[in-house]
Design a protein around this ligand. Structure first.
Ligand code: BGC
Ligand code: CA
Length: 351
């Protein structure tokens, strides 16, 4: 009798473990294939194209025999409505996780509702939703960087330049006449970068005279256009150009080149991002410095998070702040260390 009971118990255990195995296999099979849907605000953005290239490479390195990773990328072409449709289409196409670079960072609700209804987690990146929106559902994440930090670093770089080179104050009036080229209104990286850069300069004891602020929407051609207008207005009065990103600093440099300005009447230019073209401008001595926006780090965090939210593996290796946000640090790029950054960004590309 006792023996029979034992046999039944063994059989039951065996069946239970078979069921367990079947479940494990099933979840294993589900996490074997991760299809990632990406949509970003505009395909002409230099920084984001670099970031997404890094993301693609990062996914390659995470692929394993039992882990298939695929991705589909959509360009929202500056329209939130288009992006909402793309999210729907990506979910319908079977994406298990979404990476969303919002067109309008204040309008994520429709996307969040779609994702929640279909239980598809979202990793927002680069364009940060407000905290209340991220609280709408526990499967919403953000990967980016702290805007204040980039502004402070840009201000420090400009202060170091001005303090070490008295020819920057060309008219010798003890003040630095400056203009700012700003990114899109409403973007967390526009106004916050400007405010922090200017405050840092002032706190370093530098006297400033603001000549003008112009919005150029992160865009090189728009920045060139704005800068040509500014130069026609202020001629060689401008001593410093603070741009919210490298592309706009490069656009400003393009304007001066087009107008045939000579070295002695050029202002100093500062950008943010350290894009490949930005780093090259530092090597060429066209741009004094930039602040590295760690696209490789952001791409890595996004890729690991995309895998972790589906498989559950690697979640505790990620460095979360505010529960579900990951912020990569900025760092300063100058003529002295630019080669290190060229190597860092090139290593990603070579992999
Ligand atoms: C980058 C810009 C970019 C923008 C796009 C910023 O963080 O510095 O270069 O155009 O993000 O959202
Ligand atoms: Ca001056």
């Amino acid at each position: 009798m006792k023996a029979k009971k034992g046999a039944i118990l063994a059989l039951t255990l065996c069946m239970a473990s078979q069921i367990l195995c079947a479940c494990a296999n099933q979840s294993g099979a589900a996490s074997d294939k991760i299809h990632i849907g990406v949509t970003y605000y505009n395909q002409s953005d230099t920084f984001l194209n670099g970031l997404l290239e890094g993301f693609r490479q990062e996914l390659e390195t995470l692929k394993k025999d039992d882990l298939e990773l695929t991705m589909t990328v959509r360009d929202a072409a500056g329209s939130q409505r288009t992006q909402n449709d793309q999210v729907k289409e990506l979910i319908d196409a079977g994406c298990s996780v979404l990476c969303v670079n919002l067109v309008d960072r204040a309008e994520p609700s429709e996307i969040i509702d779609l994702a929640r209804d279909n239980d598809v987690p979202i990793i927002f990146f680069n364009r940060e939703p407000v905290a209340e929106d991220l609280m709408q559902w526990e499967k919403l994440y953000y990967v980016g960087a702290y805007a204040e930090q980039s502004g402070i670093m840009q201000g420090e770089l400009a202060a170091e330049a001005i303090q070490s080179d008295d020819t920057i104050d060309r008219n010798k009036d003890g003040k630095i006449q400056y203009v700012v080229l700003e990114g899109e209104a409403g973007h967390q990286d526009a106004i916050i970068r400007t405010e922090n850069a200017v405050d840092t300069l002032k706190n370093s004891g530098i006297e400033l005279e603001k000549l003008s602020y112009q919005i150029a929407n992160w865009n090189r051609a728009q920045a060139q256009n704005r800068m040509e207008q500014l130069v026609s207005q202020y001629h060689d009065e401008i001593e410093l150009v603070l741009a919210n990103n490298d592309d706009m600093a490069l656009g400003a440099i393009d304007a001066y080149k087009k107008l045939n300005y000579t070295e002695s009447t050029l202002p100093v230019f500062f950008g943010i991002d350290g894009t490949d073209v930005g780093l090259q401008a530092i090597v060429d001595d066209d741009m004094w410095g930039s602040v590295y926006n760690d696209k490789e780090g952001q791409a890595e965090a996004m890729a690991k998070l995309a895998v972790a939210v589906i498989t559950g593996d690697g979640m505790n290796e990620l460095d979360f702040e505010k529960e579900r946000c990951i912020y990569l640090s900025y760092s300063k790029v100058t003529r002295e260390n630019v080669e290190d950054y060229i190597k860092y960004s090139g290593e990603g590309a070579a992999e």
